[in-house]
Design a protein around this ligand. Structure first.
Ligand SMILES: [Zn+2]
Length: 171
């Protein structure tokens, strides 16, 4: 009898669109990130040492936000984040379970990388938030972020609970 994770993986892979290109997907994620960094870098000049300190402070703050979103929205059903829960707990943590923590082929990146549409929409929110913050319209809190770490090693949900995901991969 096949391991439940292997059964889930087979079902998940069968639902990935045949034209899915993992290299294009990963290239987009990487390129979008580089473009964002270059865009941000192009808007800076004469950075003071005190301003440089915002880099580690931001990394700590943003990672705290990611951790909280991951823990509370990624692992618990919430009306505001159904898709995120289904994709994260239902798919990601069913695909990667203890003893099954590696991917078998680049096509498995589909369950690791965020969808391009989510990255673009999230990026748009971040840019508009930055504009709003710089104009003083909103406070600088990323609590509404839906980002998540892809380096996931632990889940508070047992595999037998999450193996029943009915979400279908969307390219
Ligand atoms: Zn998780």
């Amino acid at each position: 009898m096949a391991h439940p994770t292997e059964t889930f993986r087979a079902r998940y892979r069968a639902n990935v669109a045949p034209h899915y290109n993992p290299w294009l997907h990963a290239g987009f994620v990487f390129g979008y990130g580089i473009a964002g960094i270059l865009l941000a870098w192009s808007s800076t000049h004469r950075i003071t040492p005190l301003q440089w300190l915002t880099v580690p402070a931001t990394l700590v703050f943003f990672n705290l936000c990611i951790y909280l979103v991951h823990r509370h929205l990624g692992h618990h059903k919430h009306a505001l984040a159904r898709l995120f829960y289904a994709r994260h707990t239902g798919d990601h943590h069913s695909f990667f379970t203890p003893g099954h923590m590696t991917y078998d082929s680049p096509r498995d990146w589909r369950v690791i990388l965020f969808p391009a549409w989510l990255i673009v929409s999230h990026g748009s929110v971040e840019i508009s938030s930055t504009d709003s913050m710089s104009s003083g319209l909103i406070a600088p809190c990323g609590a509404s972020s839906s980002s998540d770490s892809i380096a996931l090693t632990r889940s508070s949900v047992s595999p037998s609970t999450i193996i029943s995901s009915s979400s279908i991969p969307i390219v």
